[in-house]
Design a protein. Structure first.
Length: 145
């Protein structure tokens, strides 16, 4: 009870990552639900505004509200597809795999460039005896050359 050592539970990185992933998924689904409610209310308003109030009768397209609702439906379906289908294929594991592939490709490219630099710009080879002699005659420490 009065000990100096406090026992605090620490969340390890894996649990923290799972927690953040769950929060982001909940946020995605919450935004999808908001979009759906806004879509329903907006569609009802468009249906009420055009035929009942007669607003938009002078437009080129007579039933413009139907086209507006169809376009909005398409946008909502894209949002739905993104949240429930694309997220299954492109989740955190997919991101990690893509990151590893890119890092490996970058490492390969750097190795190729290093090999190219080594072959094109070869340094003159100094015999080991001369190198030792230069080091003995050099008053500076070896790191400052």
């Amino acid at each position: 009870m009065f000990s100096k050592a406090k026992k605090t539970e620490r969340i390890d990185s894996e649990q923290r990552e799972q927690y953040e992933y769950a929060r982001s998924r909940i946020k995605q689904k919450k935004n999808l639900m908001r979009h759906f409610i806004l879509f329903l209310v907006g569609s009802v308003l468009l249906i009420i505004i055009n035929p009942l109030l007669g607003y938009g009768n002078d437009f080129f397209i007579k039933n413009w509200f139907i086209w507006a609702i169809l376009i909005w439906t398409f946008i909502f379906l894209v949002h739905l597809f993104n949240v429930f289908v694309m997220n299954k294929f492109m989740d955190k594991e997919w991101e990690d795999r893509q990151l590893e592939k890119l890092k490996a490709r970058q490492a390969e490219r750097m190795a190729e460039l290093q090999k190219k630099v080594d072959t094109e710009l070869q340094l003159p080879k100094i015999p080991s005896e001369e190198l030792k002699k230069n080091q003995l005659n050099n008053p500076l420490p070896p790191d400052v050359e």
